[in-house]
Design a protein around this ligand. Structure first.
Ligand code: S3P
Length: 202
């Protein structure tokens, strides 16, 4: 059996519609992780959909549960969690995730996100009240607000270049070619992956 070299927990973060749950399931199965969807955990605990929780309990209650369940994974092993789009942006959750494992940001453009969410805005509490004609503007604004937090992730993967092997870089040392790639920025990275440079000591 192939030894697993890297089994730190993985947290997928990114805006709604960026494919966190879709890819999370595939990558977990492929790499031997248990898959968890944070929204699903919260829905099961309330026995309500996310939309109902926002409506009946309010966003604050939802965010508290989100924090609670995120920290509950600590007792588990070899897990991959698909987080909600807002998870890293509340209660220092991003710092918590960073301290526990590998945080991976699935980076998507506003247009990519729009194409994926526009037919399901009613299921999404944050988008429910937004007029269709203002949806792109809303996504751009929210993404701009959240991206500095998303970019605290250890790794950034461009969503248009994802494949079922996208997490392979965690299993083995990066090749010299990939290392060069890892120094790239999202703008010039041809492989759609880059690792943020370590912080310079001042
Ligand atoms: C939210 C994103 C949703 C869900 C809730 C709030 C957000 O998750 O947690 O509707 O604040 O962006 P997905 O990103 O999985 O859709």
């Amino acid at each position: 059996m192939k030894a697993k070299l890297h089994m730190k927990p993985i947290f997928l973060i990114g805006f709604m519609g960026s494919g966190k749950s879709y890819w999370g399931k595939i990558w977990a199965a492929k790499n031997g992780y248990s898959f968890y969807d944070l929204d699903t955990q919260i829905e099961e605990s309330f026995k309500m959909t996310v939309e109902e929780i926002f409506e009946k309990k309010g966003e604050d209650e939802f965010r508290k549960k989100e924090r609670f369940f995120l920290r509950k994974f600590q007792n588990k092993k070899n897990y991959l969690v698909s987080c909600g789009g807002g998870t890293p942006c509340f209660f220092n959750n991003i710092n918590f995730m960073q301290s526990q494992g590998e945080v991976i940001y699935l980076k998507a453009s506003p247009q990519y996100i729009l194409d994926r969410v526009m037919d399901e805005t009613l299921k999404r509490p944050l988008l429910k009240e937004v007029n269709q004609s203002e949806l792109l503007f809303f996504i751009q604004k929210k993404l701009k607000e959240r991206e500095p937090i998303y970019l605290k992730a250890h790794h950034v993967l461009e969503v248009t270049q994802l494949t079922e092997d996208s997490l392979a870089f965690l299993q083995k040392p990066l090749s010299s070619e990939k290392l060069k790639e890892a120094d790239a920025t999202p703008e010039n990275s041809s492989a759609g992956i880059y690792k943020k440079p370590a912080k310079q000591k001042s």
